[in-house]
Design a protein around this ligand. Structure first.
Ligand SMILES: NC(=O)c1ccc[n+]([C@@H]2O[C@H](COP(=O)([O-])OP(=O)(O)OC[C@H]3O[C@@H](n4cnc5c(N)ncnc54)[C@H](O)[C@@H]3O)[C@@H](O)[C@H]2O)c1
Length: 326
């Protein structure tokens, strides 16, 4: 399949991220980083704040099944969940699904405008969090401890791209991406273990790290590829440590393929050939949806996944099973 250079080819190479590479140049990454350095953390309470009965939640309108009954199985009822990067795309889908499962959800993001709006729509809390800042994580931990100290599930989902290959990547861009995609994830694991170890009623919890099919299949964005491969090692190390310490804390990674987020929808509007390119990544000949990724997160978060730790869970329609030339 012949794709032109630029946006379309970028999307084909990455599936997620290069779509974002337009606005996310080294300069914008630096800007975002500087901006995010100054953020602290605060909560904007939705209708289902921590400790409240999780009732009257809005449904996630894009999902037919959610519209039908509002609640799914309630299998996460009263579980306290933090989703980073919940203000957009896959994270937003997870927030909405966890709310529909009657969990008490904290949407944590640097994007206050969208994060607060989404949280209010589905009955979550919003927390302004820069995952790359240890101070920001400490403030979140303090807030959770002040609210009763319970944390059952952390989804380390926030992620960015550079759009730069090995010949172009700058030290600045590399470090800024790593500070979000890997350091941020490590800091999240530290906070989660600290809280989950002390959970009222005994230690326990589930940490879910959003990786990618690029953990296995390289793309030109060298920092992004490296970070997503790194998530696998981080996840296994955390899982083994927690098991060895007897903490009853599981840690797994989710590996989405090309997923139809708003960014991708915009890219398709601008360059319609992107859609076919992304579809062809999977032998199922389509992209994934945020709801399909969220469904995997709910499973890994639930007690049904009690024997799952240190694992890598693909939600990519067979993308890495298919020989690219066939
Ligand atoms: N969409 C795809 O095709 C795809 C495929 C594979 C993996 N992924 C992974 O899924 C995750 C989400 O991707 P998406 O497509 O939903 O992207 P997205 O850009 O729609 O959402 C990313 C979110 O992370 C937030 N964020 C960025 N920097 C942050 C920081 N420092 N602190 C807190 N929040 C921050 C953003 O504000 C945004 O809300 C990423 O880790 C990405 O690598 C996506």
């Amino acid at each position: 399949m012949a794709l032109t250079r630029g946006l379309a080819s970028s999307v084909l190479q990455d599936g997620f991220a290069e779509v974002k590479a337009g606005p996310l140049t080294a300069a914008t990454l630096r800007h975002r980083h500087i901006e995010s350095r100054s953020v602290g953390i605060h909560f904007v309470q939705g209708s289902g704040f921590i400790g409240a009965e999780p009732s009257n939640r809005e449904c996630y309108s894009p999902m037919q099944s959610f519209n039908a009954e509002c609640r799914m199985s309630d299998r996460l009822q009263n579980k306290v969940v933090v989703v980073t990067g919940g203000a957009s795309g896959i994270g937003e889908g997870m927030v909405r699904r966890f709310c529909a499962e009657a969990a008490q959800v904290i949407l944590a993001d640097v994007d206050e405008a969208n994060g607060s709006r989404i949280a209010a729509e589905c009955g979550a809390d919003f927390a302004l969090l820069d995952v790359s800042s240890a101070d920001s994580w400490q403030l979140l931990e303090k807030k959770i401890r002040d609210d009763g100290g319970r944390l059952d599930i952390l989804v380390n989902n926030a992620g960015v791209v550079t759009g730069q290959d090995i010949t172009a990547v700058t030290v600045d861009a590399w470090q800024q991406l790593m500070s979000i995609n890997l350091l941020g994830m490590m800091l999240g694991c530290q906070m989660a273990i600290s809280l989950m170890r002390d959970n009222p009623g005994g230690s326990g919890g589930s940490i879910i790290n959003t990786a990618s099919s690029t953990s296995y299949l390289a793309i030109p964005d060298v920092a992004y590829t490296t970070s997503k491969a790194g998530v696998v090692g981080l996840t296994k190390s955390v899982a083994v440590h927690c098991a060895n310490e007897g903490f009853n804390i599981r840690c797994n990674s989710i590996h989405p393929g090309a997923t139809l987020t708003n960014i991708l929808k915009t890219a398709i509007e601008q360059a319609p050939e992107v859609e076919e390119a992304c579809n062809k990544m999977s032998p199922l000949n389509r992209m994934g949806t945020v709801e399909e990724v969220a469904a995997m997160a709910v499973f890994l978060a639930s007690d049904e996944a009690s024997f799952c730790t240190g694992g890598q869970y693909a939600v990519e329609g067979g993308t890495v099973s298919q020989h690219p030339k066939m």
